[in-house]
Design a protein around this ligand. Structure first.
Ligand code: HEM
Ligand code: FL2
Length: 551
């Protein structure tokens, strides 16, 4: 039988079977040696001894506000720390990508097959005794029972740190530009561009982009209703829009992403980025009256890309991490470092980012209460209330907490689908992912959950802590003090997200300069972009509440 099924090789060692009854661990470039790559080299031993644990670091970063206020005010210290955040987080991610969803070993295909999500850990080999290799039972627990006991929201649990519903829709809107499962072909297939490419604003390809553009002054098509600019109706454009329920004509708009007509929060962001693009085109036309439609459009796209990344790092991830340390988006920190400006979206990152508990069960917009049902496939609510009221209301409403028993009714089908995909694609155990991201495997259900009752429920389901599935582990893991979610989501999400952002072409030395963004004017926009400006520079009335944190 395949002795590699028990994952004997530690610290990144690669297991290779030798005939039917033996194996060896390849410890090359792991800084470990020995039969299981379990013995650290001398230098590695020193490094491990000096390295603070993720929890120690976390507590340091969320505490000591006085200390961080000083650090944040001294540019060269702040930059020194941010550079290490970039390099340490990025170095954990394999680049070029190593595994795909169809082989439990490295292949050339894994690198060249862009229509696959890549895999950070390869699938569990088919011939292994249990779905997790050797741990646990031969059959995984029933998904409906798991969902019933671990995910169904009985009572809404607000995000404890006051994260707002504006944040929730930002998460969904921003991540859907690179999380694009090609369901028809299978859960391992994707139709995205493997990075922050703004296709959620400009369309999935050149064909759709051509339909969404006005071809005048670099602008995107729009229509004016109630004295505000909105996306055009799709009857006038003809891009493919996908709805999860039947849609009325006056709710069918042409947007950069086929899914974005399903929720008003997504339509809101689609609208504000369309307005921002057209505003930037006007600004650039003044600075460059000699430029044609194409140059205005392309420069506008680059400026919005830079603005998106700045807002994502300095406001969105800032809120997510809850660190007192002020995060900085500065590509020059990596200049001169060995860094690959290439990214491949991992299946595990996609699964990890299923944050449906962020969604409340209903929304209070300008005093009117809407259930998710009222919200679904009803983007014209944003027009009805007006952009200012809509963003103000979402900024004042608490998001849901990403934790157990907090999936709203309309997202249960999604989480069931996710669990099925995890099994079809033979994801390794939660503990194997902990080790892959330099975290100690949890030794007991109690240690994983920090909750006796929950530990018992999980024990009854899985029997063995090493058989707990990936997504189940992420959601049932105990939260660290003042954290949005468990340790593993941060320690896995941070590397994927930092690598995915900093590997963007605009962060590379040849792109990251004023001329790329149309000179000083565009450069200034990218370097001073904020969420508040994104909304308030595109509203006629005075600026409403715009925040990822409820006041
Ligand atoms: C009530 C609100 C929501 C509903 C009804 C909803 C519904 C869905 C549905 C039906 C899918 C599967 C179809 C598809 O893949 O496009 C999906 C996928 C997904 N959702 Fe949600 N969602 C909601 C909110 C969110 C939020 C707040 C996030 C936050 C990050 C999120 C993250 C994702 C991700 C990452 C995927 C996988 C996308 C892909 O791989 O194609 N969703 N959602
Ligand atoms: C050390 O600090 C970090 O690594 C910070 C910058 C950090 C970065 C990224 C995340 C993050 C985690 C999950 C999904 C998206 C982003 C995160 F939660 C924290």
């Amino acid at each position: 039988e395949n002795l590699c099924c028990s994952y004997p090789c530690q610290n990144g060692g690669v297991c290779l079977t030798k005939g039917f009854n033996d194996y060896e661990c390849d410890c090359t470039s792991t800084d470990f040696y020995g039969r299981y790559c379990e013995v650290p080299t001398f230098t590695k031993r020193i490094k491990l001894w000096l390295k603070p644990s993720p929890s120690t670091l976390h507590n340091l970063l969320i505490g000591n506000k006085w200390f961080w206020d000083i650090v944040n005010s001294i540019p060269f210290i702040r930059k020194f720390i941010m550079k290490r955040v970039y390099t340490i987080r990025s170095d954990i991610i394999d680049s070029p990508p190593t595994y795909d969803n169809e082989h439990s070993y490295i292949t050339v295909d894994a690198n060249y097959n862009l229509s696959f999500f890549t895999r950070t850990l390869p699938p569990v080999p088919i011939e292994c005794p249990t779905p997790m290799g050797v741990a646990g039972q031969t059959k995984l627990p029933d998904i409906d029972e798991l969902v019933q006991k671990l995910f169904v929201r009985e009572k809404f649990k607000p995000e404890p740190r006051g994260t707002s519903a504006l944040f929730s829709f930002y998460a969904q809107h921003f991540t859907h530009q690179f999380f694009k499962t090609d369901i028809k072909r299978g859960p391992q297939y994707q139709w995205g561009g493997h990075g922050v490419d703004m296709t959620h604003v400009y369309g999935k390809d050149k064909h759709d982009e051509h339909l969404l553009r006005s071809h005048t002054d670099g602008k995107l098509k729009f229509q004016t209703i109630n004295d505000e600019d909105w996306p055009p109706f799709n009857k006038d454009v003809g891009v493919e829009m996908k709805y999860i329920l039947p849609v009325q004509k006056d709710n069918d708009f042409a947007l950069g992403h086929s899914f974005f007509g399903n929720l008003p929060g997504l339509f809101m962001y689609a609208t504000i980025w369309m307005r921002e693009h057209n505003r930037v085109c006007d600004v650039m036309r003044k600075a460059h009256p000699d430029w044609d439609d194409e140059r205005l459009f392309q420069t506008g796209k680059l400026i919005l890309l830079g603005s998106t990344i700045r807002i994502t790092v300095e406001e969105y991830i800032q809120q997510l991490s809850n660190y007192n340390f002020k995060l900085l988006f500065d590509p020059t920190l990596l200049f001169g470092e060995p860094f690959q400006y290439q990214n491949r979206v991992a299946l595990e990152f996609n699964h990890l980012y299923h944050w449906h508990p962020l969604m409340p069960d209903d929304f209070n917009i300008g005093g009117t209460n809407y259930t998710i049902k009222d919200f679904l496939v009803n983007p014209k609510l944003v027009i009805k209330h007006g952009m200012a009221n809509f963003v103000d209301s979402l900024s004042k409403q608490n998001a849901g907490s990403i934790t157990v028993k907090n999936h709203g009714k309309y997202t249960l089908a999604v989480v069931k689908e996710l669990m099925k995909h995890g099994r079809t694609l033979r994801l390794q155990s939660f503990n194997n992912y902990r080790k892959r991201f330099n975290l100690p495997a949890h030794k007991s259900f109690q240690e994983l959950t920090g909750n006796k009752k929950l530990a018992k429920v999980l024990e009854n389901f899985y029997g063995d802590i090493d058989a707990v599935e990936f997504y189940v582990g992420l959601i049932t893991e105990k939260r660290r003090p003042k954290a949005v979610f468990g340790e593993t989501i941060v320690e896995m999400g941070a590397p994927y997200s930092v690598k995915g952002i900093m590997a963007n072409p605009i962060c590379s030395p040849k792109y990251w300069k004023p001329s790329t963004f149309g000179g000083d004017v565009g450069w200034e926009i990218v370097n001073t972009a904020t969420l508040k400006k994104l909304f308030c520079q595109n509203l006629k009335e005075n600026c409403p509440e715009v925040s990822f944190k409820v006041p």
